[in-house]
Design a binder for this molecule. Structure first.
Ligand code: SF4
Ligand code: ZN
Length: 367
């Protein structure tokens, strides 16, 4: 069956995903809130490192009804389904109202329009069941004055004609793909995400065909990776991240890798594991080490640890978290690994011990 139909009824069968999805549906059923389809989920302004340098960026999380995969059970760490509209679809007019709210916010907060706009949907902006062709084209025309647009999508919805809706208007366009890891086994078994690295490579190839067209603006892919999915030890997670960054950087068309340290979101399997002492978010030292070890990669590599320093986000000992986070943010903008030599803390020894001795299987406490 097609990968674009991740329905629980058909897709899970015989793939060993039934148990994961069943568990995820039960956890998610505990959440019962509804959201206004005329309001975006979130909107904010910040800076971002792009192939054209560091630019002002308007980041929008559109409320499009949420991810179909999440409805089927979804990824072990993802709580976004809890934020989507009840009933599952948002009309064109409501989506355009959301864009208007975002533009109002930008006019309130900044003197000039941001060079870059990033649109996440907690799903796939390029899935026409989520954002219709009419809405996609209206949004492209709304942002035709911007230099660069980033839209989130699973790889199977990446299509040259859809990208041309933006690049034909002169907007450099990147697809943000939540690849999570380059290792299929980890993506399937630890994250419960259904596509393969080969699908990501195909999406990059599609963006390259658009990019090669001299009549359009540039097109590319940003890979989003998940640092420390559940069921991996700290060392396994770090090694998997380093090799994933390298493999993504080696794919033509993928110019940026964004590493997201896993944080513990409500109503997820990771939340249940965390509650029972079976999951700790990654150390900030691991995030720094992954960045430091991959500076030779042919891609921009960045990370923005959400909820850093807290029990539910990437954290160290509590004393050094802010300093290490600041070094990571510095690295994001300058790509200079020497920023990490300027931070140290006694807890680095603890982290080294965790990496050396921690195991992902149920290790016996006594021989
Ligand atoms: S991580 Fe993405 S694909 Fe997975 S459930 Fe969340 S929104 Fe859906
Ligand atoms: Zn420390």
């Amino acid at each position: 069956m097609s990968q674009s139909e991740p329905t629980p009824e058909v897709y899970e069968q015989d793939r060993g995903m039934d148990a994961h999805n069943q568990a995820m549906r039960e956890i998610r059923a505990e959440k019962d809130a509804s959201y206004d389809p005329h309001e975006p989920t979130r909107v904010w302004l910040d800076e971002d490192n792009t192939p054209d340098g560091v630019v002002q960026s308007l980041t929008i999380i559109l409320n499009t009804g949420g991810c179909r995969w999440a409805r089927a059970g979804g990824c072990t760490m993802c709580g976004y389904v809890a934020e989507s509209v009840e009933g599952g679809s948002v009309t064109h007019d409501a989506l355009m109202d959301q864009i208007e709210v975002c533009l109002d916010h930008e006019r309130d907060q900044a003197d000039e329009p941001a060079e870059q706009v990033k649109i996440y949907t907690s799903g796939s902006f390029l899935d026409e069941r989520e954002v219709s062709a009419e809405s996609r084209r209206a949004i492209a025309s709304e942002f035709a004055d911007r230099d660069r647009l980033v839209v989130e999508s699973l790889p199977d919805f990446v299509d040259a004609d859809k990208l041309r809706d933006f690049t034909d208007r002169g907007i450099a366009t990147d697809v943000a793909v939540g690849l999570e890891t380059a290792t299929d086994r980890v993506r399937h078994d630890c994250v419960n995400k259904y596509f393969d690295f080969a699908d990501f490579e195909t999406a990059c190839e599609t963006a390259r065909t658009v990019d090669a067209d001299p009549d359009t603006a540039a097109a590319g892919v940003k890979a989003y990776l998940l640092m420390k999915p559940p069921f991996l030890s700290e060392r396994e997670a770090l090694e998997d991240m380093v090799s994933s960054i390298r493999r993504c950087g080696a794919v033509d068309g993928c110019h940026t890798v964004s590493m997201n340290p896993c944080n513990v979101q409500r109503y997820t399997m990771v939340d249940e594991l965390h509650f029972q002492g079976g999951y700790r978010p990654p150390w900030l030292w691991s995030v720094a080490a992954a960045l430091e070890r991959t500076t030779d990669t042919d891609a921009i590599v960045v990370s923005d640890p959400v909820g850093h320093g807290s029990d539910r986000g990437a954290h160290n000992c509590g004393e050094c978290d802010d300093r290490v986070q600041k070094a990571i943010k510095d690295f994001d903008l300058r790509q200079d690994p020497s920023v990490f030599q300027q931070v140290s803390c006694a807890c680095e020894r603890t982290w080294e011990l965790v990496c050396a001795e921690g195991a992902s299987y149920s290790q016996p406490l006594v021989d």
